[in-house]
Write a protein that binds this ligand. Structure first.
Ligand SMILES: Cc1cc2nc3c(=O)[nH]c(=O)nc-3n(C[C@H](O)[C@H](O)[C@H](O)COP(=O)(O)OP(=O)(O)OC[C@H]3O[C@@H](n4cnc5c(N)ncnc54)[C@H](O)[C@@H]3O)c2cc1C
Length: 357
């Protein structure tokens, strides 16, 4: 397994400002995914209108993973991949769905033709739906997303609901439309939603699951906080919680890596939080910083199996050290308790101003 994993991780394109890194595994996946879509679109079609009709179905298939749940962290855990990988997949499916929609709508408009029997020619729903999909993709560009994350997220969710409304209205105009796959999808969506809701209730509302947030220390840049739970939580190094503090920010939750690690489950979870301009700033400037009711989902994320390796190289920039700390604690514990002898651990930590950390 290890050589295959090593080949998969080999960089075809290094990390640059606008592109990369592209690994062998990611290039392979892209080729299979894009190739699969192109073949499904073109194989055995007789006319461009037939291809366009198929593009409509393919756009729906590509949209399905986008709508599986509202929380990407939950889905990335379910598929056993990291959040950045799942976000890439989410983006790719969105772009592919948009490509199919543009082709589908473009052919329908230019050929002034009905792509399915029984469909009215003057149907505005698909046009509005397609425009929303394009807007949704444009508003997801990093510039807007990074500058106004909360606005981006709410708009993204609102537009996504808009797409569902217009797509459903469009499908209802198709006389012979086969609804069964959509019903199955809705069933899966409800099942995942119920599972996610149950995990939230179990972690936050079940008797003995009360969690409180206390701010321990603040400087210009850093907020150190502790979540105290009555029921212990098992957390692996590198995992994070999506926390929601309604008294501070009613409509948003924020992900933070748990910086502490213990061999058994933890009741005191340490967070190292960099002060930014939204929720984190409010947290730092709150007059009463103790005993805030906190709700969370998680723990989310994958943990690197550091115990398996003899040479371990850990990189962190600035506050990213919060992710590295639990690995170091686990390795030190492993050396003391389990005899991890002969392991070589190097930590490379880039810090702009050591006094601020
Ligand atoms: C998996 C994961 C683990 C993280 N762990 C830590 C950690 O241990 N310590 C730490 O200081 N930071 C961590 N972050 C980043 C942290 O979540 C954001 O800095 C925080 O949510 C910003 O809140 P804000 O309202 O003050 O941000 P703003 O000032 O509004 O925005 C600052 C930046 O944070 C991003 N951001 C804002 N809200 C969110 C959100 N809900 N989800 C993701 N990104 C957001 C925006 O894109 C923007 O670039 C982590 C992020 C992720 C995705």
């Amino acid at each position: 397994v290890l050589p295959a994993r090593a080949i998969g991780c080999y960089f075809l394109v290094n990390r640059y400002a606008l592109i990369g890194p592209i690994t062998v595994a990611s290039a392979f996946f892209h080729v299979v995914y894009i190739g699969g879509n192109v073949i499904s679109l073109a194989y055995g079609v007789d006319s461009i209108t037939q291809a366009a009709s198929r593009a409509g179905t393919l756009s729906l298939i590509n949209m399905m993973p986008l709508y599986l749940t509202t929380h990407l962290s939950f889905l990335s855990d379910l598929f056993g991949v990291s959040l950045p990988t799942y976000r890439q997949l989410h983006r790719l499916c969105g772009l592919m769905a948009m490509g199919h929609v543009i082709f589908h709508g473009g052919v329908a408009l230019t050929h002034h033709s009905r792509l399915s029997t029984g469909m009215p020619i003057t149907d505005w729903y698909p046009l509005i739906g397609a425009a929303i999909i394009i807007l949704l993709i444009l508003l997801s560009l990093p510039l807007f997303r990074r500058l106004w994350y909360e606005t981006f997220l709410r708009l993204h969710q609102l537009l996504a609901i808009g797409v569902v409304v217009f797509v459903f209205n469009h499908l209802m105009t198709i006389a012979e439309y086969q609804w069964r796959p959509l019903y199955i999808f809705i069933g899966i969506f409800c099942l995942l939603g119920a599972f996610y809701l149950a995990s939230i209730i179990y972690n936050n509302l079940w008797p003995g699951s009360n969690s409180r947030l206390n701010v321990d220390y603040i400087n210009d840049d850093l907020v150190s906080a502790t979540i105290t739970r009555s029921r212990p939580l098992n957390i692996s190094p590198g995992q994070y919680l999506n926390i929601w503090v309604p008294s501070l920010s009613l409509f948003s939750s924020h992900p933070f890596t748990v910086a502490s690690w213990e061999s058994s489950s933890q009741t005191h979870l340490k967070l190292l939080i960099k002060q930014r301009s939204g929720f984190t700033k409010k947290l730092a400037h709150l007059s009463n910083k103790n005993d805030l009711r906190v709700f969370f989902s998680g723990p989310h994320g994958t943990s690197a199996p550091v115990g398996e390796f003899d040479y371990i190289l850990l990189f962190a920039t600035g506050f990213g050290i919060a992710t590295v700390l639990p690995y170091v604690t686990k390795l030190v514990h492993g050396c003391n308790e389990r005899g991890y002898k002969g392991k070589k651990v190097h930590i490379i930590w880039q810090v702009k101003n050591l006094g601020k950390v």
